[in-house]
Design a protein around this ligand. Structure first.
Ligand SMILES: Nc1nc2c(c(=O)[nH]1)N[C@@H](CN(C=O)c1ccc(C(=O)N[C@@H](CCC(=O)O)C(=O)O)cc1)CN2
Ligand SMILES: [Mg+2]
Length: 297
């Protein structure tokens, strides 16, 4: 058996096109474009690439992009002051502080400063609470993207056995909440889970978000299961001095057992920014009091 490859790159392109198609009607009604502010502190190379891509895709979708780049030695107070300024700016619907932050900054304190109604990353505790109690809020982009891919592949997820490997606030925990909301039976596994391969082998849906290169092996996977690989690990490549990206799943092995699988790159990764644009569009509608059909995207 060889798995179907879930093409997240194509799905994300389609999602961005749908967002872009809805922007003109919003502009017409609100008299302005949706606006996304992205804050980058420091010079982490991967973060610079992600922030550049966010700016490019935001503009391509017809939205306003406000990019703020701060030096690596920025103080907590300076960053908080910028977030407060963005909270008060009526042109800004979505605020995103790129993670990770330099070590002198208390990440949770900064995230707590973002207005929950502009928190398009869904990391504010108010949005975490809204998600876990089934209220409308903002859902973290990567897990929401994973659920979109799963529903596209499987349709109704009700009754499926899902195992999420990883318990981070950004992916593992919100992923588990979203799968619960879809009526899956959810197990959250992590680095201390006993008999991990056996636990994973029960799953119809495996979401790997543990940050360990190619950890999930073929014999961990139930034949025909749907495998969503959230890992983005840079490892030494075949040629000396070169690197390559791999996921948390050993793709070459798992593809022979799974029913469907996301590749790395080109699977979950591109969904993150596409969902960010979707969340920004939703935030703009809510803040400008323009009705939004939640089923639209
Ligand atoms: N405030 C936030 N910080 C971070 C988030 C986030 O959602 N909000 N997620 C990640 C980084 N990220 C976006 O910020 C992100 C990661 C990966 C990709 C992506 O398209 N990956 C590609 C491969 C890219 C490469 O070659 O390096 C893929 O998987 O195909 C987009 C966005 C952490 N920080
Ligand atoms: Mg973990």
């Amino acid at each position: 058996m060889t798995a179907d490859i879930i093409d997240g790159k194509a799905f994300a392109a389609n999602l961005r096109a749908k967002v872009a198609a809805m922007v003109p009607a919003f502009r017409e009604k609100a008299g302005r474009a949706p606006g996304l502010a992205v804050v980058l502190v420091g010079e982490d190379p991967a973060s610079q690439v992600y922030v550049r891509n966010k700016h490019k895709t935001t503009v391509e979708a017809g939205m306003e992009s406000f990019e703020h780049r701060l030096p690596a030695d920025t103080t907590q107070d300076a960053l908080t002051a910028l977030v407060e300024q963005l909270n008060a700016d009526p042109a800004v619907d979505g605020i995103l502080v790129q993670l990770p932050l330099p070590k002198q900054i208390d990440e949770s304190a900064v995230l707590a400063t973002i207005d929950p109604d502009k928190d398009v990353d869904g990391f504010h505790v108010v949005n975490v609470g809204r998600l876990s109690t089934g209220m409308h809020g903002y859902v973290p982009c990567t897990p929401l993207g994973c659920v979109m891919l799963l529903k596209d592949r499987l349709g109704d997820l009700s009754g499926k056995d899902a195992v999420v490997i990883g318990r981070s606030n950004i992916v593992g925990k919100p992923m588990a909440q979203l799968l619960l909301a879809e009526n899956c039976t959810v197990t959250v596994a992590h680095s201390r889970t006993a008999h991990l391969p056996e636990v994973v082998r029960r799953a119809d849906i495996v979401v790997a978000a543990v940050g360990r290169p190619e950890m999930v092996k073929a014999d961990w996977i139930k034949p025909g299961a749907t495998v969503i690989d959230v890992g983005i690990n840079r490892v030494p490549g075949a040629e000396p001095g070169k690197t390559k990206l791999v996921g948390d799943v050993d793709f070459a092995e798992a593809v022979e057992v799974a029913g469907a699988i996301t590749p790395v790159p080109g699977g979950v990764g591109p969904m993150t920014i596409a969902v960010l644009l979707r969340n920004t569009l939703v935030a703009a509608h809510r803040l400008a009091d323009v009705p939004y059909d939640e089923k639209a995207i």
